[in-house]
Write a protein that binds this ligand. Sequence first.
Ligand code: UT7
Length: 316
Amino acid sequence: MNGIKIRGTGRGVPEHIVTNDDLARIVDTSDEWITARTGIRHRHHLQAGETITDLTVAAARGALEKAGVAPEDIGACIVATLTPETLVPSAACQVQRALGLPHDTICFDLNAACTGFLFALHTMECLLNASPRKFGLVIGAENLSRVTNWADRGTCILFGDGAGAAVVECREGWSSISAVLGCHGTGGMLRIPGPETGVPCHVYMEGTKVFKFAVEAVPWCIDQVLHRAGLTVDDVDFFVFHQANARIIDLAVRKYRIPQEKYYKNIGEYGNTSAASVPLVLSELEESGRVGPGSRVLTVAFGGGLTWGGAVVEFA
Ligand code: UT7
């Protein structure tokens, strides 16, 4: 199978910022607790009149511009999300309409919770191998403030809204992203019920259990991906972690002795944006020049499902 590389990234983030002190006015919490236990200082939330579709389209447009790729060259568009504005049309079809992607572009949404962007990258690699057009749009977009229980201090402090996108290209001779993906079907420790279940459509999470799962899943994914790709930690230029809790990232960084210049945390700014978290990091890194042509990035994510995954993706 031919591999994919990233041509360009983009992002869309709501302007409205919710600080830890704002949340301390509605639940029994404090800036000190949130910062120390999670690394989150604030998060961005959509306001009335704004939609996640707007952010998704902005991210996709930014990625196309950065990549220098025209909409008519896109063979497939996948939006990883668990909070699309509308179930039908899908978020990907909304992007298709807004950007004028061709009618034979394969557009669909994918839900693998916080691991969604990695599931989408792997799916895109498979799709582009069979597509006559060799560019694809992979997007992660979430409106988590919509599914937040504002009375639950254990979860309402965590989540933010946003969208990140990458234009990828598939070429003969490029190596695969070596994706390692997995699922363990259980809603016991993390779930969002669907509509009309008689239970509010909110995040329900047993945080400490999910934390323990994540602390084991991250190194497992790193080891598996490195093994599959035939690489060592030193061969990786940059590590991009799902931004769920700064402490989870710190533990992984310590375990693998990853130097500070080889990883990045933006959880302080955005909180946990689920499927948008990895592409938001990629986009900020590319914009600041910390990754660019030739950079080899190892990315890891985990989340509801339970799901987990890792991949090695290069910038073209
Ligand atoms: O993105 C996908 C998956 N999600 C995650 O990866 C999240 C993983 N989990 C976590 O990040 C952490 O478990 C949390 C940040 C959610 C919670 O941190 P924790 O260190 O596991 O805290 P805890 O739930 O064990 O609670 C410790 C104490 C409790 O009080 P008592 O029982 O010891 O008196 C909680 O009631 O902290 C209390 N607490 C809070 N206190 C102030 C829980 N939330 C808050 C809060 N402010 N917001």
